[in-house]
Write a protein that binds this ligand. Structure first.
Ligand SMILES: [Zn+2]
Length: 139
């Protein structure tokens, strides 16, 4: 959208347009150039600026559509990769949970063993105390 050279306001619609054809090596031999006269709604400054021809607009729409298609493909690939990554992570998580479970069981049985050992040692201490008469002497 052209901007007013005086105040910088956007001026959307020209009040007059004309087109010129130029020979071009690209654009199938002929390049159409559009001009428009614009009047700024803010400061009423009149100025000339290029306008987009229909062909240019169509070309732009086409390239935007192609870009969107490319983004779509990229997005689908990204989703695919993410899904695979998630799968791997979930498997890893499952394995880790199993490992943690085993470690927990190991720790529990070790704690159990220690507990019964402590119980046995306590009993031993008690019987030694009784044997020495520590409790009776009040030491
Ligand atoms: Zn202006």
């Amino acid at each position: 959208m052209p901007k007013c050279p005086k105040c910088g306001a956007d001026v959307e619609i020209p009040y007059k347009t004309w087109y010129m054809s130029r020979k071009s090596s690209r654009h199938q031999g002929v390049l159409k150039i559009g001009f428009g006269m614009f009047k700024c709604p803010q400061c009423e400054n009149k100025f000339r600026a290029g306008v987009k021809t229909k062909e240019e607009k169509e070309l732009r729409i086409k390239s935007v559509a192609e870009k969107a298609k490319g983004i779509e493909v990229e997005f689908v690939n990204m989703l695919k990769n993410l899904r695979e990554k998630l799968k791997t992570l979930q498997t890893e998580r499952g394995n880790l949970l199993l490992e943690i479970d085993e470690l927990k069981k190991m720790a529990e049985s070790k704690a159990d063993a220690l507990e019964s050992e402590i119980g046995m040692l306590k009993e031993e201490v008690e019987s030694l105390k009784q044997l020495l008469g520590v409790g009776e002497l009040g030491i």
